[in-house]
Design a protein around this ligand. Structure first.
Ligand code: ZN
Length: 250
């Protein structure tokens, strides 16, 4: 049990290292396959020992082995974020068919967070293929009928479109398409719940960032991280929270 758990975590770290590469290269409109991993500063090709997730970063004290320029802490952050979120969904659904849509969703969320915090962008080249994969997987996998998940996609898309119009540019087009994919993964109820949670967490985080002076009033804030938190909590505990909330209404 512990063996499999550690294996899943290590697999998550490795996948996270790949997601970092995907996020950075797609933001820079570079090929995913070529050139091989290199230092973005001195272009020196990296060896296997430089590429161990988190460990290399700690071992090299956050600096390139060749030119000694600091490596962004976003690298180990992306690896740890991926490992924890994959571990989280694995613990939720176990080894089951549901792991397929949940991993697609997790991958999409992590890459979106990584591009959003770097350049406040959520990329169509990432969202569209994963949206397609989610639609196909929901044809075969899920506790609800297929139309329910499609409705979720429609609800996610419409809600975010509405927020984008009302907030007058506070929400980008990338967020709208991302929420269409989230909707297909979660279905309408959990999608709505995820958005409530994301807004709640985002509002608290925004307030805290303003208090410590990292964010100015009216300054745009990457919403991706809060979408991710909202989605994962909703995916895991949304039904529970929904029922709990309903006991107050009824
Ligand atoms: Zn270097």
């Amino acid at each position: 049990m512990i063996f499999i758990d550690s294996l899943v975590f290590i697999y998550g770290l490795v996948l996270g290292s790949f997601f970092n590469v995907v996020a950075i290269r797609l933001l820079n409109k570079e090929s995913l396959a070529f050139p091989p991993s290199h230092c973005v500063h001195c272009q020196h090709r990296l060896h296997a020992l430089d590429l161990l997730p988190v460990i290399s970063y700690l071992f090299l004290k956050g600096k390139c082995r060749y030119c000694k320029v600091s490596i962004s802490p976003l690298y180990p952050f992306g690896e740890i974020l991926t490992a924890f979120s994959i571990f989280f969904v694995y613990k939720l659904v176990g080894i089951s068919y549901e792991l397929i849509p949940s991993l697609l969703l997790t991958g999409l969320l992590v890459i979106s967070v990584l591009t959003d915090i770097r350049k406040q962008l959520i990329l169509d080249v990432v969202t569209f293929p994963i949206l397609g994969g989610l639609v196909i997987s929901r044809l075969f996998i899920g506790t609800e009928p297929f139309w329910y998940y499609l409705l979720g996609g429609l609800v996610g898309f419409t809600l975010l479109l509405f927020i984008a119009i009302v907030s007058n540019g506070g929400m980008g087009g990338g967020d709208i398409k991302l929420y269409a994919a989230i909707g297909v993964a979660l279905g309408p109820k959990l999608t709505l719940m995820s958005l409530i949670l994301a807004s709640f967490v985002g509002a608290i985080a925004g307030l805290l960032l303003m208090i410590i002076g990292k964010l100015k009033r009216g300054q745009p804030m990457a919403f991706g991280p809060y979408i991710m938190i909202g989605c994962l909590i909703s995916y895991g505990y949304g039904n529970f929270l929904w029922n709990w909330y309903m006991t107050f209404l009824l």
